[in-house]
Ligand binder design. Sequence first.
Ligand code: MN
Length: 760
Amino acid sequence: MAYWRRTPRQMQAATDAVAVAPDSAVVQKPPKPRGRMMRQYDLVERVRSYNPDTNEDLLNRAYVYAMKAHGTQTRASGDPYFSHPLEVAAILTGLKLDDATIVAALLHDTIEDTEATRAEIDQVFGHEIGALVEGLTKLKRLELVSREAKQAENLRKLLLAIADDVRVLLIKLADRLHNMRTLEFVPPASRRRIAEETLDIYAPLAGRMGMQEMREELEDLSFHVLDPEAYAVVKHRLDALADRNRNLIGEIESQLSKNLQKNGLAARVYGRRKQPFSIWTKMERKSVGFEQLSDIYGFRIVLGDIEACYRALGVVHTTWPVVPGRFKDYISTPKQNDYRSIHTTVIGPGKQRVELQIRTEEMNQIAEFGIAAHAFYKEGGSPTERLKHESNAFAWLRHTIGILSESANPEEFLEHTKLELFHDQVFCFTPKGKLIALPRNANVIDFAYAVHTDVGNSAVGCKINGKFAPLSSELQNGDEVEVLTSKAQSAPPSAWEALAVTGKARAAIRRATRAAVRDQYAGLGRRIIDRLFARAKIEYADDKLKGALPRLARTSIEDVLVSVGRGELKASDVARAMYPDYKEERLVRYGTRKALAAKAQTPPHPARAASVIPVRGINSELPVKFAPNGGAVPGDRIVGIVTPGEGITIYPIQSPALKDFEDEPERWLDVRWDIDETMPQRFPARILVHNVNEPGSLAQIATVIAEHDGNIDNIHMSRRSPDFTELTIDLEVYDLKHLSAIIAQLRAKAVVARVERVNG
Ligand code: MN
């Protein structure tokens, strides 16, 4: 196991740290490996364990040189600065790298941050190490200087800087890994930027170099910083699952081993669970929930040679049912980054879907260490020499750098590279040139939320490469996207949630629409309370309500308002909680049909108009619906009836159904139409048509309605007599005038004997 994987104790600490409720907004501290600083002999011991011929003197000199050079410098954490290059070197011993790499890691910050010079390092440690340290110094300067420059340019320079010696990249990745592990001590703003850069550039680069473990840890640490809530949710559920399946992994491991052994195959079998970030991206990519993910656990079967791998595959396939479509042979056809393995999925012990990776020890090393594995696995030649001959990843790197030297500008370079490096992402730019990396298939909504939640919430339109485009447009590599926002839009349409591809956008939309709906309920609750208090001539005061919260079993005023708005709490109960001697005024039948009908004749008093609830039609975020038997159309005088848990039902004032609510004045609401003239919307109405039974009469009626732009939703026919049929027609019209026009046209038809409107 590589050194950089945490020890079991650290894993446990990490688990404990995030074992909180998944909906907790608390930002968890990332797991951090702490403890005493490594000593000189620890480092030498680590190197000696895989390289008996190590030059101990060289390592010791570098240790002392770096320690002296950094002197009393400290890191953001307060630790001595020297602890950082030391940890970076230690990470690289996990990759079993050569002395020059370990020494360069110890020295990697000396030229930039101390009195040390290239010439001196060349003199003391030789030209090879001097060149490595200088390569890293260039990279560091790149980070400092061009923080605001386009990331495409940065990536280009980064790749150019590592062109001379790929070990620079390995040290740089280890450097970034250690910085990510200790990121909590860095100010929040730069923390985010570093995490973004890690996720955009370094993690994919590690993956592209075949260093999967490195990539996973970089991704997870970044994910933790960039989306702590999502991280906590996934981690929490992974832990819960691990708890539930505590014995299952061991059982599957031992059954697999036993079966292979029975067939004369010596194999190392171990299960490992996937990391939160890879689970999260899988959930995003496939739009599936956690429960639907079958491959949270992967098992590795590591064998002696390739022949044993195929025999093991045979054993597995004859022992357990195979899940079709999941078999892949990367041994005969390696991936571009040198990855080799056989993949298959079976229904294993306990009817559990088990994802298996079958490979040799060497393949396993390459799968974990990628390009670094080549540096130590084979004998002979310098590490870079070996890389040149054996590594596809290295070939890719050379190829990419080749393109680099030919492309005129960074964008063009990115155009060439990104598809290869980041094949599952698209790269787009803000008008200011900031690079936004998104998963493939992402659209402008995702882009807007990736820029900023506020930009997403207020997005109303966009320009892609200067042209107006719908927000749902799928983005292509290199698109320049300008998001147009409007202050008037306080919350995004809830339908966006289904359009967004990224979890970040979806979660933000859900949060914003939930908050908007809650606001509306609170507003509604406030109006209901205001009205009851005005009617009862008692005074409302926030302070007074605050004191009554325990009696109402609510924790905040807003909670009370929302509950009243939702109809879960009666306004009269609120009044009683505030004024224990409050008595409901049953005598004032304010809300009766007569009273309201009378009131409806007079225009609302300006002072009262504020408490009238606007009905925007059926698209309102508040659950507003129309009377089930007939509906209501603009132009009708309307009344709202609150139904607990369901919302508001709108009735025309003349509806006979209102009689049923006469004894419950607290359920009556003043409502008014609030129709946007520029956006014609249809509303439900019902008419009853008596027509003469003759061939084609129904067709004539339907034609009249259609010709006058009425939408027929439903027709119910019942024959009343041999001569007449009664038709109940549900239709959708724009308003009362529209409905009246249709009725008048129907009446003009000879086949129509009588038409009347049905009210709720
Ligand atoms: Mn460093």
